[in-house]
Design a protein around this ligand. Structure first.
Ligand SMILES: [Zn+2]
Length: 250
């Protein structure tokens, strides 16, 4: 399995990365996890425009889902005719959230372009991947994902405040991609995102093999994010960057 970070910028695109988007590949199958603003452009550096087999959306904030609408345009108006629907897994309401606004009839077109499937907490098979979902702690319904293939285990927090569900989801994972939207600061007391230190604490409790901080908001000092996470997590620790490739298993 190979995991490519397409976008890791938090809340909005940054100068060197789109918003959240990750490409998981195994056995020729390509699963896109989240598709935030700007993701569709950079995604084409790593996968053919029509080479995507399925999409998983963690939640319906624009920086995680809105380029599914851009991708709808690409698939619907492809030069050789509309492309067949691919599955899009997401919280209930994903279709209405991402459909492009093209006037009357666009809702039916959106359903034709994609095969929308509502997520729930649990386990499902998507292509060759075993995907486990848990509800995270965020103001809208949000799913974290654990993606496994051939013994390699990746956990992704999506957006979340502190929650034991993330520790469960990431238990013994080889890699935890964990959001770190905040720095230590009393002004960041809202429990809807994690500080880098809290990301480190969750990684330590889950016993993960490696922690990669993501959802990095452009105005944060990244070196501070790293050093604050390092105070709580003592294993291999790094920052996500657009184009970073991870992998393991068969
Ligand atoms: Zn969010």
């Amino acid at each position: 399995m190979r995991l490519t970070v397409i976008g890791c910028s938090g809340s909005f695109p940054g100068p060197d990365s789109p918003s959240s988007c990750y490409l998981a590949e195994a056995e020729g199958f390509r699963l896109v996890i989240d598709m935030g603003n700007g993701a569709l452009g950079v995604l084409q550096r790593y996968a053919g425009l029509f080479g995507i087999d399925a999409i998983c959306v963690s939640h319906l904030h624009a920086d995680h889902c809105i380029d599914v609408g851009s991708y709808w345009i690409a698939r619907q108006f492809a030069p050789d005719g509309p492309k067949p629907p691919i599955p899009v897994y997401g919280p209930p309401g994903t279709a209405d959230r991402v459909r492009p606004h093209l006037g009357s009839g666009s809702a039916e077109h959106a359903y034709a372009a994609f095969d929308f499937r509502d997520l729930d907490a649990g386990e499902l098979a998507i292509g060759p991947f075993r995907v486990t979902t848990e509800r995270m702690n965020h103001p809208v319904e949000t799913f974290g994902f654990r993606v496994e293939h051939a013994g390699w285990r990746l956990a992704y927090s999506a957006d979340t405040g502190e929650t034991g569900a993330l520790v469960r989801l990431a238990g013994d994972a080889d890699v935890l991609l964990c959001e770190a939207s905040y720095l230590d600061d009393p002004g960041n007391a809202q429990n809807v995102h994690l500080t880098a230190r809290q990301a480190g604490e969750h990684a330590a409790r889950a016993g993960v093999g490696q922690l990669i901080l993501t959802h990095l908001v452009p105005w944060n000092d990244r070196e501070r994010s790293l050093s604050e996470a390092a105070q709580a997590y003592h294993g291999p620790l790094s920052l996500a960057t657009s184009g970073l490739v991870l992998g393991g298993g068969g």
